[in-house]
Design a binder for this molecule. Sequence first.
Ligand code: CTP
Length: 398
Amino acid sequence: MLAGKRILLVIGGGIAAFKALELIRLIRKEGGAVTPVLTNAAKEFVTPLSASALAAEKVYTDLFDLTDEAEMGHIELSRSADLLVVAPATADLMAKMAGGHADDLASTLLMATDTPVLVAPAMNVRMWLNPANQRNVALLEGDGVHRVGPDEGDMACGEYGPGRMAEPQAILAAIVERLADGPLKGRHILVTSGPTTEPIDPVRYIANRSSGAQGTAIAQALAGLGARVTFITGPATVPPPQSVTVIKVETAQEMLDAVRATLPADAAIFAAAVADWRMATASGGKIKKDKSGKPPALELTENPDILATISKLKKGRPRLIVGFAAETDDVIKNATAKRKRKGCDWIVANDVSPETGIMGGSENAVTLIDADGADSWPRATKDQVARRLAQRIADALS
Ligand code: CTP
């Protein structure tokens, strides 16, 4: 997704610097090239050799390294990239950027560039919330600097709150969003995927056999066409796609909350196999065997229907909503009725009878149902189905 693109990666001096090494790996896996630049402080956390080995490129560290200046001046270095990424962007580095300092190679490159800049801040929560830092963040935003994160969570210093650097995968997603070309560039699409799990008690849960493979392939294909994808997934067995923002949930209610928090979106693809029911009241303690040998009665209640809820939104409904219909009998008839009942625009129907091997398998045979009727696609790999669907979505949104 990043073939032919070059990222100049400025690694700042913070404990999150080690995650920048993973970011180099991810960018290269997507076909992009990385030129690493380490600040002096960064060298205390990661070695230039590790950055260079992972990037398979020369690493730049010093403004006054004359050999580098002879080979490539800092002006040229800063402009030969398609995007400058600062990760981790420390409070100090952002202050330098906001103040226009140029007293080392990293800050000089950032001053000299006319290429877009993306920062991934990382610092202690108090530093992040400090008014001086917040002022600098606002100044940088005003200057058109893009930002990903910081996340909220446990910090290396033992505190909790906003300040943790965004995960490398989320930084990659932000990079792809800026650089990937394609018909869906500038569009935001949310995809739900995987099963949901509903607790019975602290150790047991209701689940289903969804692997998340089809939803993952769709998210990947949409990102491949340039979309910014938010991928909301239950506990799937396949790993999430690389270049998208991933939100992990467990229950149907959590998935609905995450979907609502993710809107607005241009399109929403509901590929998750959401559990229809949950326990009316999940037990706080482990349910013990009854001495009489009588099994416990599990009282269930219906989960919210995420697809129907979002399809029926009066305000903020995505322009295109695609649902899935997993059926074992009368596939097209049931799926056509489901499209009407749920109020979505398209339904991707598939036969999940065990003999088809589709649930948990690598292939799928789907029928796309819209207001005009049903279009059955030949059986293909889930990746191929995903690419065809992504192209259809791109056509519909164009
Ligand atoms: N879906 C959802 N929320 C639910 C149940 C389903 O968002 N609580 C979505 C799924 O992601 C899928 C579509 O609805 O896109 C259809 O799912 P399916 O399981 O086939 O349908 P059900 O609503 O469960 O209907 P039925 O059990 O009658 O087949």
